[in-house]
Design a protein. Sequence first.
Length: 157
Amino acid sequence: MPTDPPPPVRQYWEDLPVGRVLALGSVTVEREEVLAFARQYDPQPFHLDDEAAARSMFGRLSASGWHTCAMAMGLMVRGFLHESSSLGSPGLEKIQWLRPVYPGDTLTLRQTITEARPMASRPEVGLIRSLWEMFNQDGEQVLRMDGWGMFGRRAPG
């Protein structure tokens, strides 16, 4: 089956300055997606069953933190990485799930670049460290991730 060609690269490492803040869009959390994700990847009762969730500290059915991370990643890819020279990530420094995420919530993602440097072992690659912050419709922060991304350089040093 033919696929669409990838979008053109519009942002290289050199285009990603420290301090840059990017709004990456929003997603509404659907109940069926919460259940499907939990069934496959995080089958804890408070992610799968209304009665068990009501007895939990969350008070009602809540999305897995890993599902929240996956939603953030989808927004990141569609809102930024598809048009960048992204080469993946060597890892995250920290993930914090700050508030429960519930079906019906609308989540918005923001990225702030906090550090940038060339990769010492591969001059054609630049590293950026960024803070990902996700907020619900009430402006409450639900997720905070701090990690690194690798990007192709326009002009390897």
